[in-house]
Design a protein around this ligand. Structure first.
Ligand SMILES: [Fe+2]
Length: 248
């Protein structure tokens, strides 16, 4: 039997990098970093979950730095690093150089694109024994160019998504706002136009969303934009209503 998790920080966090405590009792933190893609200020959010073993599970990492490494070391040992889609693969080399015994997990199709990253294996559309019972996962099917996995952390009732939907604030200069509007990124929690273009099998995509909607989440931690703190299922229904009604 595993011992009860201890979510208390080992000691005071690093003064130079502060991870945001999403739910201290559940052991989940985030760290935001600037990121501009094709002129659009999307930002980039990393999520860290402490497993019952005390090890850390890192989703969509931001660029590693010594201060970040120090902050993480106060929370636990980095054991898993997850690249949740074929387009969320930044900074992995820096992490693999620093955490040589950690396991790196790739969205299907990513390993052939990033042969310099020592991946341990592909994410699979079933419970991963390394984190089963603590984090659930689902492939968003019907999008072979992306193969995004979304994750559910029951302890914090959080859904973790990469590009499934953005939730960008309406700020920035005229140029960036125009670019975001052209990509359909100015409607609150919703999929971008580029994301919609990548859906090749609408029925398979819809079936995946049906699976996700079974999970008992309330919060949605997006990788780009503001976290949806409450009523996440309602936000999902608004954003994907046309698909959620498709699957049989
Ligand atoms: Fe992304």
């Amino acid at each position: 039997m595993e011992s009860a998790p201890n979510f208390a920080p080992r000691k005071t966090q690093s003064p130079t990098v502060q991870l945001q405590e999403i739910d201290p009792a559940a052991g989940i933190w985030c760290l935001d970093s600037p990121l501009t893609v094709l002129g659009m200020p999307l930002g980039h959010r990393m999520t860290v979950i402490r497993l019952s073993s005390g090890d850390l599970w890192v989703h969509s990492p931001v660029e590693w730095s010594p201060p970040l490494g120090e902050a993480l070391s106060l929370l636990g040992d980095v054991r898993h690093v997850v690249a949740p889609s074929c387009q969320h693969d930044l900074y992995l080399e820096g992490w693999s150089a620093r955490y040589r015994t950690a396991l790196f997990w790739a969205a299907p199709g990513l390993r052939s694109q990033r042969e310099n990253v020592p991946f341990s294996g592909d994410l699979v559309d079933q419970l991963n024994p390394e984190w089963a019972g603590q984090i659930d996962q689902c492939l968003i099917d019907g999008m072979p160019a992306l193969n995004e996995f979304v994750f559910f952390h029951p302890a914090s009732r959080s859904l973790l998504v990469a590009d499934l939907a953005f939730n960008l604030p309406s700020s920035g200069d005229f140029f960036s706002r125009t670019l975001l509007k052209m990509n359909g990124c100015t409607h609150g929690f919703s999929p971008s136009r580029a994301f919609r273009w990548m859906i090749k099998d609408r029925a398979a995509f819809a079936a995946s969303l049906q699976h996700v909607m079974v999970w008992d989440f309330d919060r949605i931690i997006v990788s780009h934009g503001d976290i949806v703190e409450r009523n996440g299922k309602y936000s999902m229904a608004l954003a994907f209503g046309e698909f959620i009604g498709l699957a049989s």
